[in-house]
Write a protein that binds this ligand. Structure first.
Ligand SMILES: Nc1ncnc2c1ncn2[C@@H]1O[C@H](COP(=O)(O)OP(=O)(O)OP(=O)(O)O)[C@@H](O)[C@H]1O
Ligand SMILES: [Mg+2]
Length: 154
C-alpha cells in the first residue's frame, strides 16, 4: 500500500510532512530515501513542525542524529550519509534510540543494514525543479497511516 504525490515546491514538501504528523498513529520507524538534495530534511522539518516543534530543525549531517523531546513522543532524526562503517552505529548505542516511546526518521538508511525494519519508507525523487514522493507501508501501523494520509489529502 502506498501514497504518492507530486510536490510542486518546498512549501508542498513541508505541508505533506505536517500532514504525516497528523496521521501518524502507532508509527516508530520511518526511512527517508532519495538522492542528495531530494528533500528528506525538508520533509522532516515539516513533520517536526506538525508535531508542535517550533524552533529550527538542523540537518544532522555531521552529528548523525538530532533529538527532539516533544510532548507526544521523542523524535530522533538521523542522517547516516557520513557514517564510515556500520560499526559506528553500534558505538553510538543506536539500539537505545529505538523504543516504544520514540519515533526515528532516518535519512540514508541504506548505509546501515542493521537498522530495525521501517513502518514507512518515504522515497523522494527529483522531477525537474519539483519532487515526487512515494510513501510505502511496511507494517500494519504503516498501512493505517497511509490510509489516513490519503483521507487528509483529499
Ligand atoms: N517539492 C520541492 N520542490 C522543489 N524544491 C524542493 C522541494 N522540496 C524541497 N526542496 C528543496 O530541495 C533542497 C534540498 O532539500 P533537503 O536538504 O531537504 O534535501 P535532503 O534530501 O535532506 O538532502 P541530503 O541527502 O543532502 O541531506 C532544498 O533547497 C529544498 O528547499
Ligand atoms: Mg538531509
Amino acid at each position: 500500500m502506498n501514497y504518492t504525490q507530486l510536490l510542486e515546491n518546498e512549501h508542498a514538501t513541508l505541508e505533506l510532512g505536517k500532514q504525516l504528523a497528523a496521521s501518524l498513529g502507532n508509527i516508530h520507524v520511518i526511512y527517508l530515501e532519495g538522492v542528495l538534495g531530494a528533500g528528506k530534511t525538508t520533509f522532516t522539518r515539516g513533520f517536526l513542525h506538525g508535531m508542535g516543534y517550533a524552533a529550527a530543525v538542523k540537518s544532522p549531517t555531521y552529528t548523525l542524529v538530532e533529538t527532539y523531546p516533544l510532548a507526544a513522543i521523542t523524535v530522533h532524526h538521523f542522517d547516516l550519509y557520513r557514517i564510515g562503517a556500520a560499526h559506528e552505529l553500534e558505538e553510538m548505542g543506536f539500539r537505545d534510540y529505538f523504543a516504544p516511546d520514540t519515533l526515528c526518521l532516518i535519512e540514508w538508511p541504506e548505509r546501515a543494514p542493521q537498522l530495525p525494519p521501517p513502518d514507512l519508507i518515504c522515497l523522494l525523487e527529483v522531477v525537474g525543479l519539483k519532487r515526487n514522493i512515494t510513501i510505502t507501508a511496511h507494517s500494519e501501523a504503516g498501512k493505517q497511516c497511509v490510509v489516513s494520509l490519503g483521507r487528509i489529502s483529499d
